[in-house]
Ligand binder design. Sequence first.
Ligand code: SAH
Ligand code: SF4
Ligand code: F3S
Length: 447
Amino acid sequence: MTPTFFIRTYGCQMNERDSEAVACLLETRGFHQVEGEDEADVLLFNTCSVRDQAERKVLGKLGLLKRLKRVKPHLVIGVLGCMAQRLGEEIPAKLPHVDLVVGTDQIQTLPDLLLAQLEERRPGVYLERSDASLPMLGLHAPGKISAFIAVMRGCNQGCSYCVVPEVRGREKSRPVTDIVEEATRLVAGGTQEIFLLGQNITAYGVAELRRAGTWNPELSPFADLLRAVCAVPGLRRVRFTSPHPNYMNAAFVRAVAELPRVCDHFHVPVQSGSDRILQAMKRNYTAAAYLERIRALREARPGAAFSTDVIVGFPGETDEDFAATRELMQTADFDMAYIFKYSPRPGTLAERQVDDVPQAVKKQRNEILLKDLDARSLAHNTARVGEDVEVLAEGPSLRNRERWSGRSSDNKNVIFTPEPGLEIGQLRQVRITRATSHSLFGDLLPE
Ligand code: SAH
Ligand code: SF4
Ligand code: F3S
């Protein structure tokens, strides 16, 4: 009988990509993926540790499964990913109905672990660091219009608040040839847009050059990778996340300027606009240096949209520090951002500082930034009315099935009425007639 599995993913796009690859690997080994938890012999949870709330959500979910396991004793429950790596043995100690805990560098062993578990029940915790997961990252289910490629794993930055370097390990980049081969395969299967992923993607290839003793800060192996991926015949769009400002050097900006397939949207996490807080966060740049990078990118790509990540309520963040963040966001003219309330993470440097900004103040600062963003995105979007924008058609809109949605190059959600014969994955012009802070609305133009 074919064993069935269900996989749920928490956290960032790197985790989504890992889950896709895990699902493909399991399919090739005779497992069958199902959409409902109830139908599955194996339940897998690919977890996130970045904030306390992210962990609590999964732990709550796992707690609820105790009853299910009692009525379905043959069920196998596996915890993967960042929280598995961080908590390890603590998970089955607290939740004995969890069978397998598999860390971020051990996902390639899952088929064997699951088969052993299904046959003879051999629970265990597998956290060893290794490079063995890199080759399986090339696995994809066919037919994705927009596909992720994980170009590297890990992070060497050591931002003082962040658990990612601990749970994901040291930076490791995949060879350009492997990535280009993967992109070529995806495009042959119908992929139009490729989203390159790495926690510190502008440092792609840097650790390897450092080890070889050939690194110099004027180089940008990531720019070389962008050039190679953009040269894949038939590929229409390339996006990437997340760049660290410190590696956005002239070579990188030049590549972006010269590669029209790179989309007009850049997500560049800033975290804070206060130099004092940036220093305490160990981000290694000032607000002015950050803004200079954005200015250079804007010059290279006039009309591009910018988004960011911000943490509010970092230890010691005063009203003045917060005002500096608010001002930087205005100057950079972001119209999209993820705002996070600081959450102390065990084992990080910042955890040694007192989490002294009250929850209510974090909440208030969060709301202020969200309100600013909403006003800016409404202004940006309204200015687009009357323009023709190129949209990658993604299919019926979630809210209204009569209409379709798609993304513009600058990452706006565009809603339009489809014409008969329109296919998912087509790149088409839409004339914008109306805008809200979240979306652009318009009419499809004839081909
Ligand atoms: N590698 C990416 C982001 C990784 S985590 C980058 O550096 O660009 C995604 C975001 O979560 C971070 O950008 C940061 O804004 C937020 N974050 C990380 N640790 C956090 C913490 N301890 N509390 C609150 N937000 C956090
Ligand atoms: Fe975390 Fe900083 Fe690395 Fe991003 S760059 S993953 S915030 S340590
Ligand atoms: Fe979370 Fe791990 Fe991503 S901690 S944000 S899932 S790298």
